[in-house]
Ligand binder design. Structure first.
Ligand SMILES: NC(=O)c1ccc[n+]([C@@H]2O[C@H](COP(=O)([O-])OP(=O)(O)OC[C@H]3O[C@@H](n4cnc5c(N)ncnc54)[C@H](O)[C@@H]3O)[C@@H](O)[C@H]2O)c1
Length: 252
Protein backbone atom coordinates (compact mmCIF):
# COMPACT_ATOMS: atom_id res chain seq x y z
CA UNK A 1 0.00 0.00 0.00
CA UNK A 2 2.88 2.44 0.81
CA UNK A 3 5.44 1.11 -1.65
CA UNK A 4 7.54 3.98 -2.99
CA UNK A 5 6.70 6.23 -0.02
CA UNK A 6 9.46 7.52 2.21
CA UNK A 7 8.80 8.23 5.90
CA UNK A 8 10.66 9.83 8.78
CA UNK A 9 9.76 8.74 12.32
CA UNK A 10 11.30 10.65 15.23
CA UNK A 11 11.93 9.04 18.60
CA UNK A 12 11.93 5.72 16.76
CA UNK A 13 14.44 3.76 18.85
CA UNK A 14 11.74 2.24 21.05
CA UNK A 15 8.16 2.44 22.25
CA UNK A 16 5.51 3.89 19.97
CA UNK A 17 8.03 5.22 17.43
CA UNK A 18 9.34 1.72 16.88
CA UNK A 19 5.79 0.34 16.52
CA UNK A 20 4.85 3.05 14.00
CA UNK A 21 8.05 2.34 12.06
CA UNK A 22 7.18 -1.37 11.92
CA UNK A 23 3.61 -0.61 10.75
CA UNK A 24 4.83 1.66 7.93
CA UNK A 25 7.50 -0.85 6.89
CA UNK A 26 4.85 -3.59 6.82
CA UNK A 27 2.90 -1.48 4.29
CA UNK A 28 5.98 -1.23 2.07
CA UNK A 29 7.25 2.25 2.97
CA UNK A 30 10.92 3.07 3.42
CA UNK A 31 11.43 4.51 6.89
CA UNK A 32 14.20 6.75 8.18
CA UNK A 33 14.25 6.39 11.95
CA UNK A 34 15.87 8.97 14.17
CA UNK A 35 16.66 9.13 17.88
CA UNK A 36 19.38 9.97 20.39
CA UNK A 37 21.07 6.56 20.22
CA UNK A 38 24.32 6.65 18.24
CA UNK A 39 24.01 4.95 14.85
CA UNK A 40 26.55 2.19 15.57
CA UNK A 41 24.70 1.12 18.72
CA UNK A 42 21.38 1.08 16.87
CA UNK A 43 22.67 -0.89 13.87
CA UNK A 44 21.56 -4.38 15.08
CA UNK A 45 18.02 -3.06 15.72
CA UNK A 46 17.94 -1.34 12.34
CA UNK A 47 19.03 -4.51 10.59
CA UNK A 48 16.42 -6.56 12.45
CA UNK A 49 13.70 -4.26 11.07
CA UNK A 50 14.72 -5.16 7.53
CA UNK A 51 15.70 -3.64 4.22
CA UNK A 52 13.49 -0.58 4.26
CA UNK A 53 14.69 0.81 7.61
CA UNK A 54 17.38 3.49 7.85
CA UNK A 55 18.67 5.36 10.86
CA UNK A 56 20.05 8.87 11.40
CA UNK A 57 21.20 10.06 14.82
CA UNK A 58 19.92 13.51 15.83
CA UNK A 59 19.27 15.52 18.97
CA UNK A 60 15.97 17.22 18.23
CA UNK A 61 16.65 19.86 20.86
CA UNK A 62 19.35 21.15 18.52
CA UNK A 63 18.22 23.06 15.40
CA UNK A 64 21.48 22.28 13.56
CA UNK A 65 20.96 18.55 14.16
CA UNK A 66 17.46 18.87 12.73
CA UNK A 67 18.78 20.63 9.60
CA UNK A 68 21.32 17.83 9.12
CA UNK A 69 18.68 15.15 9.80
CA UNK A 70 16.25 16.57 7.25
CA UNK A 71 19.01 16.84 4.64
CA UNK A 72 20.07 13.23 5.31
CA UNK A 73 16.49 11.94 5.28
CA UNK A 74 15.87 13.38 1.79
CA UNK A 75 12.43 14.04 0.29
CA UNK A 76 9.66 12.75 2.55
CA UNK A 77 6.11 11.59 1.89
CA UNK A 78 5.27 10.77 5.52
CA UNK A 79 6.48 12.60 8.61
CA UNK A 80 5.76 11.25 12.08
CA UNK A 81 6.70 13.59 14.93
CA UNK A 82 6.82 11.16 17.85
CA UNK A 83 9.88 11.99 20.00
CA UNK A 84 9.16 13.26 23.48
CA UNK A 85 10.67 14.48 26.71
CA UNK A 86 8.67 14.15 29.92
CA UNK A 87 9.51 15.99 33.13
CA UNK A 88 7.27 15.19 36.05
CA UNK A 89 7.05 18.01 38.54
CA UNK A 90 4.62 20.60 39.86
CA UNK A 91 4.94 23.97 38.10
CA UNK A 92 6.66 25.66 41.03
CA UNK A 93 9.40 23.00 41.17
CA UNK A 94 9.75 22.34 37.43
CA UNK A 95 13.28 23.35 36.50
CA UNK A 96 13.31 25.99 33.73
CA UNK A 97 15.78 23.90 31.72
CA UNK A 98 13.32 20.96 31.79
CA UNK A 99 10.53 23.26 30.60
CA UNK A 100 12.83 24.46 27.79
CA UNK A 101 13.65 20.85 26.84
CA UNK A 102 9.94 19.94 26.61
CA UNK A 103 9.23 22.96 24.40
CA UNK A 104 12.26 22.23 22.21
CA UNK A 105 11.66 18.51 21.59
CA UNK A 106 7.87 18.19 21.87
CA UNK A 107 6.98 21.34 19.96
CA UNK A 108 9.75 23.36 18.27
CA UNK A 109 11.34 20.27 16.67
CA UNK A 110 7.95 19.43 15.13
CA UNK A 111 7.72 22.93 13.65
CA UNK A 112 11.19 22.48 12.12
CA UNK A 113 10.60 19.00 10.68
CA UNK A 114 7.25 20.11 9.21
CA UNK A 115 8.67 23.29 7.64
CA UNK A 116 11.50 21.26 6.10
CA UNK A 117 9.22 18.47 4.84
CA UNK A 118 6.36 20.53 3.36
CA UNK A 119 7.98 21.95 0.20
CA UNK A 120 8.94 18.45 -1.03
CA UNK A 121 5.48 17.06 -0.22
CA UNK A 122 3.88 19.94 -2.15
CA UNK A 123 6.20 19.35 -5.08
CA UNK A 124 5.34 15.64 -5.25
CA UNK A 125 1.65 16.24 -4.60
CA UNK A 126 1.09 13.97 -1.59
CA UNK A 127 1.93 14.03 2.07
CA UNK A 128 0.99 12.78 5.50
CA UNK A 129 2.07 14.60 8.65
CA UNK A 130 1.27 12.77 11.86
CA UNK A 131 2.01 14.52 15.13
CA UNK A 132 1.93 12.23 18.14
CA UNK A 133 0.20 14.31 20.77
CA UNK A 134 -1.53 12.64 23.72
CA UNK A 135 -4.70 12.51 25.76
CA UNK A 136 -2.83 15.25 27.63
CA UNK A 137 -3.22 17.35 24.48
CA UNK A 138 -6.97 17.26 25.10
CA UNK A 139 -7.26 17.34 28.89
CA UNK A 140 -5.11 18.75 31.67
CA UNK A 141 -3.22 16.91 34.37
CA UNK A 142 -1.09 17.73 37.39
CA UNK A 143 2.67 17.40 37.76
CA UNK A 144 3.46 17.54 34.05
CA UNK A 145 2.97 21.13 32.88
CA UNK A 146 5.62 20.91 30.15
CA UNK A 147 4.03 17.78 28.72
CA UNK A 148 0.43 19.06 28.91
CA UNK A 149 1.37 22.43 27.43
CA UNK A 150 3.40 21.06 24.52
CA UNK A 151 0.87 18.34 23.68
CA UNK A 152 -1.95 20.95 23.56
CA UNK A 153 0.24 23.25 21.45
CA UNK A 154 1.09 20.41 19.07
CA UNK A 155 -2.63 20.08 18.32
CA UNK A 156 -2.68 23.82 17.57
CA UNK A 157 0.25 23.40 15.18
CA UNK A 158 -1.55 20.43 13.59
CA UNK A 159 -4.66 22.51 12.91
CA UNK A 160 -2.64 25.43 11.50
CA UNK A 161 -0.70 23.16 9.12
CA UNK A 162 -3.84 21.25 8.08
CA UNK A 163 -5.59 24.52 7.17
CA UNK A 164 -2.56 25.82 5.27
CA UNK A 165 -2.50 22.54 3.30
CA UNK A 166 -6.26 22.10 2.97
CA UNK A 167 -6.28 22.63 -0.81
CA UNK A 168 -3.38 20.23 -1.35
CA UNK A 169 -3.25 16.41 -1.04
CA UNK A 170 -1.30 16.79 2.20
CA UNK A 171 -2.98 15.97 5.49
CA UNK A 172 -1.85 16.81 9.01
CA UNK A 173 -3.33 15.11 12.06
CA UNK A 174 -2.56 14.58 15.72
CA UNK A 175 -2.84 11.23 17.49
CA UNK A 176 -4.00 11.40 21.11
CA UNK A 177 -3.32 8.07 22.79
CA UNK A 178 -4.23 7.33 26.38
CA UNK A 179 -1.89 5.24 28.54
CA UNK A 180 -0.04 2.99 26.13
CA UNK A 181 2.17 0.18 27.34
CA UNK A 182 5.56 1.35 26.09
CA UNK A 183 8.75 0.76 28.13
CA UNK A 184 8.61 4.38 29.36
CA UNK A 185 5.22 3.77 31.04
CA UNK A 186 6.02 0.21 32.20
CA UNK A 187 9.22 1.48 33.87
CA UNK A 188 7.31 4.23 35.68
CA UNK A 189 4.81 1.76 37.11
CA UNK A 190 7.58 -0.68 38.10
CA UNK A 191 9.46 2.15 39.86
CA UNK A 192 6.31 3.04 41.79
CA UNK A 193 5.79 -0.61 42.84
CA UNK A 194 9.44 -0.81 43.97
CA UNK A 195 9.18 2.44 45.95
CA UNK A 196 6.22 0.96 47.84
CA UNK A 197 4.35 0.71 50.09
CA UNK A 198 1.48 -0.29 47.76
CA UNK A 199 1.49 -3.69 46.03
CA UNK A 200 1.18 -3.77 42.21
CA UNK A 201 -2.65 -4.20 42.24
CA UNK A 202 -3.08 -1.07 44.38
CA UNK A 203 -0.60 0.92 42.27
CA UNK A 204 -2.55 -0.07 39.15
CA UNK A 205 -5.90 0.65 40.84
CA UNK A 206 -4.72 4.18 41.65
CA UNK A 207 -3.28 4.52 38.13
CA UNK A 208 -6.60 3.63 36.48
CA UNK A 209 -8.69 5.66 38.93
CA UNK A 210 -7.56 8.85 37.22
CA UNK A 211 -7.14 7.51 33.70
CA UNK A 212 -8.95 5.59 30.96
CA UNK A 213 -12.25 4.02 32.04
CA UNK A 214 -11.46 0.81 30.11
CA UNK A 215 -8.78 0.16 32.79
CA UNK A 216 -6.42 -1.46 30.30
CA UNK A 217 -3.35 -0.22 28.45
CA UNK A 218 -3.54 0.64 24.80
CA UNK A 219 -1.25 -1.53 22.70
CA UNK A 220 1.41 0.44 20.77
CA UNK A 221 0.59 -1.63 17.67
CA UNK A 222 -2.97 -0.27 17.69
CA UNK A 223 -1.80 3.35 17.75
CA UNK A 224 0.66 2.43 14.98
CA UNK A 225 -2.19 0.90 12.96
CA UNK A 226 -4.10 4.21 13.23
CA UNK A 227 -1.03 6.07 11.95
CA UNK A 228 -0.73 3.64 9.02
CA UNK A 229 -4.49 3.98 8.31
CA UNK A 230 -4.07 7.75 7.95
CA UNK A 231 -1.60 7.01 5.13
CA UNK A 232 -4.16 5.02 3.12
CA UNK A 233 -6.61 6.58 0.63
CA UNK A 234 -9.28 6.33 3.37
CA UNK A 235 -7.29 9.04 5.17
CA UNK A 236 -7.46 11.53 2.28
CA UNK A 237 -10.12 13.68 3.98
CA UNK A 238 -9.05 13.25 7.59
CA UNK A 239 -7.05 16.39 8.28
CA UNK A 240 -6.76 18.87 11.11
CA UNK A 241 -8.06 16.22 13.51
CA UNK A 242 -6.93 15.34 17.01
CA UNK A 243 -7.74 11.64 17.11
CA UNK A 244 -8.11 10.05 20.53
CA UNK A 245 -7.36 6.37 21.15
CA UNK A 246 -7.85 6.61 24.85
CA UNK A 247 -10.29 4.03 26.19
CA UNK A 248 -12.94 6.77 26.73
CA UNK A 249 -10.62 8.94 28.87
CA UNK A 250 -11.60 12.06 26.89
CA UNK A 251 -15.27 11.10 27.21
CA UNK A 252 -15.23 11.65 30.99
N1 LIG B 1 3.21 5.73 26.18
C1 LIG B 1 2.10 6.42 26.43
O1 LIG B 1 1.30 6.09 27.33
C2 LIG B 1 1.74 7.60 25.59
C3 LIG B 1 0.46 8.17 25.75
C4 LIG B 1 0.14 9.28 24.98
C5 LIG B 1 1.03 9.79 24.07
N2 LIG B 1 2.25 9.21 23.94
C6 LIG B 1 3.17 9.83 22.99
O2 LIG B 1 3.72 8.85 22.15
C7 LIG B 1 5.05 9.22 21.79
C8 LIG B 1 6.01 8.10 22.12
O3 LIG B 1 5.86 7.76 23.48
P1 LIG B 1 6.66 6.54 24.13
O4 LIG B 1 5.94 6.15 25.35
O5 LIG B 1 6.97 5.54 23.07
O6 LIG B 1 7.97 7.31 24.61
P2 LIG B 1 9.50 6.88 24.70
O7 LIG B 1 10.06 7.68 25.80
O8 LIG B 1 9.63 5.39 24.72
O9 LIG B 1 10.06 7.36 23.30
C9 LIG B 1 10.39 8.68 23.04
C10 LIG B 1 11.65 8.69 22.24
O10 LIG B 1 12.00 10.05 22.00
C11 LIG B 1 13.41 10.12 22.06
N3 LIG B 1 13.89 11.47 22.35
C12 LIG B 1 13.78 12.14 23.52
N4 LIG B 1 14.45 13.31 23.45
C13 LIG B 1 14.98 13.37 22.20
C14 LIG B 1 15.81 14.31 21.54
N5 LIG B 1 16.24 15.43 22.15
N6 LIG B 1 16.19 14.04 20.28
C15 LIG B 1 15.80 12.90 19.66
N7 LIG B 1 15.02 11.97 20.23
C16 LIG B 1 14.63 12.20 21.50
C17 LIG B 1 13.80 9.16 23.17
O11 LIG B 1 15.16 8.79 23.08
C18 LIG B 1 12.83 8.02 22.96
O12 LIG B 1 13.35 6.97 22.17
C19 LIG B 1 5.34 10.52 22.55
O13 LIG B 1 5.12 11.63 21.72
C20 LIG B 1 4.35 10.48 23.69
O14 LIG B 1 4.04 11.76 24.18
C21 LIG B 1 2.63 8.13 24.67
Amino acid sequence: MLAGKRALVTGAAGGLGRAITAALLAQGATVVMTDLVVAEAFEPDRRALGEGAGYVHADLANAKDIDALMAAAGPLDILVNNAVTRHFSLVETLHPSDWDADIAVNLTACFHTIRHALPGMKQRGWGRIINVSSIYGLVGGTGRAGYVTTKHALIGLTKAVALECAETPITCNALCPGSTLTPAIADRIEAQVKRGPDPREVVLDKFWAERQPTRRFIEPEKVAALAAFLCTPAGDDITGAALPMDGAWSAM
